[in-house]
Design a protein. Structure first.
Length: 403
């Protein structure tokens, strides 16, 4: 009896010691010399920066309106600002240095159009963005170093929003810029995929047989010479029925000539995991369904397959499993032990309450005595998702340790 008590007491002691070592409530998860990750969000007419380690806040010295748009540049050096100009439905572009509290340009640029979408090149020094005006939309190239703008493409319409540009993407090497040229019709848009060559300014279109509601997702070769894309004969049944039985087929497109090569002729079958192999070959998977019927006698006489001949599943990737299980509301900081997330709960009146929480990432944390690892919380408006309330974590290339 005494031996059992001794073992039990020792086990409990070791368990508590283990929890003490792994729990951030009792063991520091970051080095004091590490720069704290910073999270930025909008609170009415202020921009609030939150220290991801301590929850301390500071306010950026910027005058803002409710319709302004903000985002970080890829390296976190600047805060991109599209400042709304009164009731004229136009925005001015500038870049704010958070550390020096100064604007990059003495005078903002592009103050005569409405900025809709932005996409940085890999070097972070070049920015492609789309605008809309009374007669259509344009695609622009902005150089951060000299503050110049160049119009790359024009989508002309006959009225406000009759034509426009969306879904801007750079190719892996930056040699090409792709986007969707859309034209509004009754109930939706006709969408055409455009590939623009950056060196010459030439472009070509890739379009499904019926571009109504069409969507496009190019898969680039490593050298940018080719891309794979799935095209459908039909993307929706109608504007009122946003679905279809068409699964599409895989096409190969040459970027220099625009030539297309159809690889499959199975519009009723879905090709998934379309990709380039390390050797530059094209690979994808088609799942087929087979129905088997066995009599009892047949079932008892099936040949035994040796273990070494059985195709085994791949090894389970625990980290990939947890990453795949994250919700869109789980925002990981540059220091992956810390994150921000949104909680949605109901109050006594059955109204939704949204709350931003910042603190230790839930995967790195074990709750003890009600300590949940949160260092900062704030209530959010119900429409926070469409109002650019959450600007997000400031990008950083600092080599944080993990775990």
């Amino acid at each position: 009896m005494h031996t059992c008590k001794h073992i039990s007491h020792r086990f409990i002691t070791l368990l508590l010691l283990f929890l003490f070592m792994i729990n951030p409530a009792y063991a520091q998860l970051y080095d004091a010399d590490d720069p704290a990750p910073q999270f930025l969000y909008r609170d009415d007419d202020q921009l609030i920066m939150v220290n991801g380690y301590t929850g301390e806040t500071s306010t950026l010295d910027i005058d803002i309106t409710d319709q302004d748009f903000f985002s970080w540049t890829p390296d976190g050096t600047y805060l991109f600002s599209a400042h709304h100009q009164g009731n004229n439905n136009v925005s001015c572009i500038n870049f704010y240095d958070v550390d020096t509290e100064t604007w990059l340009y003495d005078e903002p640029v592009s103050c005569d159009v409405d900025v809709r979408e932005i996409e940085y090149a890999a070097d972070g020094a070049t920015l492609a963005y789309s605008t809309v005006d009374d007669s259509g939309g344009s695609l622009w190239l902005h150089d951060l170093e000299n503050g110049t703008d160049k119009e790359l493409y024009r989508a002309e319409g006959e009225g406000l929003n009759d034509a426009g540009i969306s879904t801007i993407q750079w190719s892996p090497t930056g040699a090409y810029l792709t986007f969707i040229h859309h034209n509004w019709i009754m109930g939706g848009t006709l969408n055409n995929f455009v590939v623009l060559k950056m060196d010459s300014g030439d472009h070509f279109w890739v379009t499904g047989a019926n571009p109504y509601y069409a969507s496009y997702a190019p898969i680039w070769s490593e050298d940018d010479n080719w891309f794979l894309i799935t095209l459908k004969a039909q993307y929706v049944e109608s504007g009122g029925a946003p679905f279809t039985n068409h699964e599409g087929d895989v096409y190969l497109v040459h970027n220099e000539t625009g030539d297309q090569y159809r690889l499959t002729y199975t519009p009723a079958v879905f090709e998934y995991d379309v990709h380039w192999t390390d050797d530059g070959d094209i690979a994808f998977t088609i799942a087929t369904e087979h129905e088997f019927t066995f009599s009892l006698q047949d079932a008892m006489n099936i040949d035994v397959v040796p273990y070494e001949d059985i195709v085994q599943p791949e090894d389970f990737d625990v980290e990939a499993y947890f990453d795949a299980g994250r919700s869109d509301n789980d925002l990981i900081s540059p220091d992956r032990d810390f994150s921000a997330w949104i909680t949605n709960r109901m109050d006594e009146s059955d109204e939704h309450i949204y709350e931003l929480n910042i603190g230790v990432d839930k995967r790195a944390y074990i709750d003890i005595e009600g300590d949940n690892g949160i260092v900062y919380s704030v209530l959010l408006p119900e429409d926070y998702q469409r109002r650019n309330i959450l600007i997000g974590w400031r990008p950083s290339h600092y080599p944080y340790s993990y775990g």
